[in-house]
Write a protein that binds this ligand. Structure first.
Ligand SMILES: CC(C)(COP(=O)(O)OP(=O)(O)OC[C@H]1O[C@@H](n2cnc3c(N)ncnc32)[C@H](O)[C@@H]1OP(=O)(O)O)[C@@H](O)C(=O)NCCC(=O)NCCS
Length: 169
């Protein structure tokens, strides 16, 4: 069965829907909730899944962290659309975008270990994904996702129970 939806780049008018998708997951501490301004600033990183009726039923973003590494973040499918290929299609698109951006590794922080494993991600064994020099450069970032990647103490409440995963492209 092919469910009808398409993946397209997000537009500013999608921010309301993206926040609606993220809210219940943020309440469960599955995803990080951000201010509206952060979604507008990051809108070019986002893709959404849209039905023919114009309903946004999924979203996801790819955020570059360094020359060779990006993060897949805010991947979410509306509860009533789960298990119909939306997450898979979004992730494929984000991986393609990461390739186009020139990175060769993609990180994610997730409870959905099986889903990401089926998409080629592996649990990160340690911090050695970046060398110490890059690690110290990344410490200058104010981005929460980068802080989570670095496993900094101040974001531990966000990362609790999550698994750090990485995939080579
Ligand atoms: C992770 C998440 C985005 C997956 O979304 P999804 O749309 O349900 O994903 P899919 O439908 O592509 O895949 C889920 C299952 O549905 C099944 N499926 C996939 N395509 C299908 C199709 N066309 N028809 C029927 N079933 C299908 C598959 O069996 C798949 O199982 P698998 O995980 O064993 O491969 C979703 O569970 C979610 O929003 N989770 C909360 C947020 C989160 O944790 N995000 C990750 C961190 S950023």
């Amino acid at each position: 069965m092919t469910d009808a939806f398409k993946i397209r780049p997000a537009r500013t008018s999608d921010v309301v829907e993206i926040r609606r998708l993220v809210k219940p997951l943020a309440d469960e501490r599955v995803l990080l909730e951000k201010e509206a301004v952060a979604y507008f600033e990051g809108i070019q990183e986002f893709r959404v899944a849209e039905t023919p009726e114009g309903e946004v039923v999924g979203c996801g973003a790819v955020h570059v962290m360094w020359e060779d590494i990006a993060e897949v973040r805010t991947l979410a499918t509306a509860a009533h659309w789960r298990g119909r290929g939306v997450g898979h299609a979004l992730l494929d698109e984000l991986i393609g975008a990461a390739r186009d951006l020139g990175v060769n590794r993609v990180f994610c922080l997730t409870f959905e270990v099986d889903f990401f494993t089926r998409h080629g991600f592996e649990v990160m064994a340690d911090q050695s994904a970046v060398d110490p020099e890059v690690y110290s450069e990344l410490l200058r970032s104010t981005d929460e996702g980068v802080a989570e990647f670095l496993d900094l103490a101040r974001v531990k409440p966000n990362t609790l129970g999550n698994t750090r995963m990485i995939r080579s492209l």
